[in-house]
Design a binder for this molecule. Structure first.
Ligand SMILES: *Cc1c(COP(=O)(O)O)cnc(C)c1O
Length: 369
């Protein structure tokens, strides 16, 4: 019997360490580095990744929701954890487990003050998020006086940092727009210092920001995808090592006659004699139907095998007519020199979606600890 399960997502912590040092080398020695570990560390393995980032010397972690931070705290993670998108429901949990919320709207700021006061907090660390053009979450620049008024009446909060998020830091054609965002953020921090006579720390850049706008690194950068080995740019991708590899093994091989079909709803009709392999992985594992009909392909013996017909819930069929291989042979979706970004782009999506979509049914194996 093979040692590992057939379908596995292998998480290589040495690759993480490599990417961490590449990103560190792009920022000043005094700039903090925050590792974004939301969504199970971009679909990899949140606890293993968080522990490794802690050991590597990351200054902060970030998650999207309070529950993700609680999960890390229960695993013993001690680093400060920024919660990017807290909801009114998670606020007590945030304080109980020493997470640091992003306060991004009047409603969330008011709710958090109420909770912090009810729990008799003094100078609880929080972060204020400003919208500078993404128009997703954040206060507007002209909310400063309102924020000031809210904070006047209480000593429950301490503003630890101000931040914003770039909308197109990966897109060279949007340089003008991004420079506008940098300028807007600079305006926010200037006005803040005037209004509040305080100097929290500032952060703006995500991974592509670190590579493309290092001049705007301020006091911290927030890197997600780069730590996992992708950077939205072929040139800088070549400096990084993918952390996750998705592999499986051939379940069964079939010889298909001309005119026969394969899979649900006659998704594929053989034009001539074909050899197909059935793989034990499907859309319930995170390989969506958009990869079917020849769009996606996998690698067997280093050769591409197109996905044929419709991806099923638990299975995927590929055409191996030009590859000599056997049942039980290894199949690579990404990793091991095969880019997740490459596979994702064949189905009109991005590495982020493919990586974070690998479902919890797929066993994770951590290597390189
Ligand atoms: C997810 C996220 C990041 C990380 O972005 P990457 O492109 O993965 O580096 C940074 N900041 C915020 C606010 C985010 O939501």
């Amino acid at each position: 019997m093979p040692e590992n399960p057939e379908t596995v997502l292998e998480i290589d912590l040495n690759a993480l360490a490599h990417n961490y040092s590449v990103l560190r080398s792009r920022i000043r020695p005094g700039t903090r580095l925050l590792g974004v570990v939301k969504a199970f560390a971009y679909g990899s393995e949140a606890i293993g990744i968080a522990r490794k980032l802690e050991a590597l010397g990351a200054d902060y972690l970030a998650v999207a929701y309070a529950s993700e931070g609680v999960f890390l705290r229960k695993a013993g993670i001690r680093l400060p954890i920024l919660v990017l998108h807290p909801q009114p429901n998670g606020m007590e949990e945030i304080i109980e487990t020493c997470l640091e919320p992003s306060l991004y709207s009047p409603r969330i700021l008011r709710e958090f003050i109420k909770t912090a006061q009810a729990m008799e907090q003094k100078a609880y660390p929080v972060h204020i998020k400003f919208n500078t053009g993404l128009n997703r979450l954040g206060f507007w620049e002209n909310d400063l006086e309102w924020i000031d008024a809210q904070l006047q009446g209480t000593d429950a909060l301490e503003i630890r940092s101000l931040f914003s998020h770039l909308a197109a830091s990966d897109d060279r054609n949007e340089r003008e727009f991004t420079l506008g965002q940098l300028k807007a953020f600079e305006g926010v921090v200037k006005n803040w210092e005037q209004q509040f006579k305080s100097r929290p720390f500032y952060h703006l850049l995500n991974t592509s920001g670190v590579f493309n706008y290092p001049e705007a690194q301020y006091d911290m950068v927030r890197t997600g995808i780069g730590l996992y080995g992708y950077s939205n740019d072929p040139e800088t991708d070549s400096l990084l090592k993918p952390v996750s590899s998705l592999r499986t093994r051939i379940s069964q091989i079939h010889k298909i006659e001309p005119g026969e079909w394969v899979g649900y709803n006659k998704g594929y009709t053989a034009p001539d004699f074909r050899v197909t392999a059935t793989l034990p992985i499907g859309h319930a594992d995170g390989i969506g139907r958009q990869y079917g009909q020849g769009k996606g392909r996998v690698y067997i013996q280093g050769k591409p095998a197109p996905i044929i017909g419709n991806v099923c819930m638990d299975m995927t069929m590929v055409d191996i007519s030009d590859i000599s291989c056997n049942e039980g042979d290894e199949v690579v979706f990404f990793g091991d020199g095969i880019s997740a970004e490459g596979l994702a782009s064949r189905a009109n999506t991005i590495s982020y979606e493919l990586l974070t979509g690998i479902s919890q049914r797929v066993p994770r194996i951590i290597t390189g600890a």
